[in-house]
Design a protein around this ligand. Structure first.
Ligand code: A3D
Length: 320
């Protein structure tokens, strides 16, 4: 059987890291696409030349021609611009919406059967626009944010508790922005929920609140340190986890920005929710129950996402 084909649209910081990880994990052959001629070709060749050392079997190709992504099984989209210090994700909306139009049309015309993972910010609005522009089925177009936000939460918790990150599971819902909702009740160490761990004296409520806030600000913390761009190692690893779940039909339960129509009281919108990813793409939305407080935080986040989608419609009247 031929190897799967993975198309990476955008060969910048995240795109290059995605290509490297996909090759190391032998997920398939990789096509790196970018409009900046030379960058995708250079990165593809550089990674391919690491193959004999790492011992992976994967072909890598860099291109500026959409025809080269033909028949891709997975497309991961990072095309656009990232944040600089002082910018919010929402400041990127106007520029990146135009990018989503050209990328959506490129995928529609060349890889209409792909599972598409969007990473470009502001995430929830961009994945919605990408689905609109590409016309692909909603269950095949999804945004990466929840896996990353949960990974940041898990990392901070594992440091606080001095336990392996493997034994910490965490749950972050809502839009990928300042209003995201880390759910402590559904986050655990080896199955023990965080509120119980506070009662057991493993941490204090104040420390837990600070970790929740640091998770919300996780992207800005990295932007502030790097000064020239935003996070790329953990975002790439997170998207690769989603791609692998699809390619290997793993039925992973992962939080993603997915199209929700009916579950969690929502009527047709993209927002971060727990999903099941398998060969069908987003196969299920996990319709969890929330407390009153959690619901009100989630509603607040949903409203923020709706505001961004309305802003997109204001820029391009053909959307919606
Ligand atoms: P960067 O290193 O600038 O790479 C972006 C690439 O996109 C560049 O190589 C550009 O040449 C290319 N590009 C621009 N326009 C087009 C186009 N029309 N077609 C194809 N390629 C194009 O950025 P990055 O890789 O650091 O970040 C990429 C995106 O991911 C940004 O929008 C970030 O804000 C976003 N991001 C999202 C998360 C989430 O958790 C959702 C995390 C980190 C970054």
């Amino acid at each position: 059987m031929a190897r799967p084909k993975i198309a990476l649209i955008g060969a910048g910081q995240i795109g290059g890291t995605l290509a490297h990880l996909a090759a190391l994990k032998e997920l398939g052959d990789v096509v790196l696409f970018d409009i900046a001629d030379g960058t995708p070709q250079g990165k593809a060749l550089d990674i391919a030349e690491s193959g004999p050392v790492e011992g992976f079997d994967a072909a890598l190709k860099g291109t500026t021609d959409y025809a080269d992504i033909a028949g891709a099984d997975v497309c991961i989209v990072t095309a656009g611009v990232p944040r600089k210090p002082g910018m919010s994700r929402d400041d990127l909306l106007g520029i990146n919406l135009k990018v989503m139009k050209s990328v959506g049309e490129g995928i529609r015309d060349n890889a209409p059967d792909a599972f598409v993972i969007c990473i470009t910010n502001p995430l929830d609005a961009m994945v919605w626009a990408l689905q609109q522009y590409s016309g692909l089925p909603a269950e095949k177009v999804v945004g990466m944010a929840g896996v990353l936000d949960s990974a940041r939460f898990r990392h901070f918790l594992s440091v606080e508790f001095d336990v392996s990150m493997k034994d910490v599971s965490a749950f972050v819902l809502g839009g990928h922005g300042d209003t995201m909702v880390p759910l402590t009740r559904y986050s655990t160490v080896a199955g023990i929920p965080l509120p119980d761990l506070v009662e057991m004296g493993w941490t204090t409520q104040d420390k837990l609140d600070a970790i929740v806030q640091r998770t919300r600000d996780g992207g800005a913390e990295i932007v502030g340190l790097l000064k020239t761009g935003s996070a790329f190692y953990a975002p790439a690893a997170s998207a690769i986890e989603m791609a692998e779940a699809y390619l290997k039909d793993q039925k992973r339960v992962l939080p993603c920005a997915a199209w929700v129509d009916g579950a969690l009281g929502l009527k047709g919108m993209y927002v971060g929710v727990p999903t099941v990813i398998g060969a069908g793409g987003i196969e299920r939305i996990v319709d969890i129950k929330m407390t009153k407080d959690e619901q009100s935080m989630f509603d607040n986040s949903v409203e923020a996402v709706k505001g961004l989608v309305e802003a997109c419609k204001g820029i391009d009247g053909n959307l919606g």
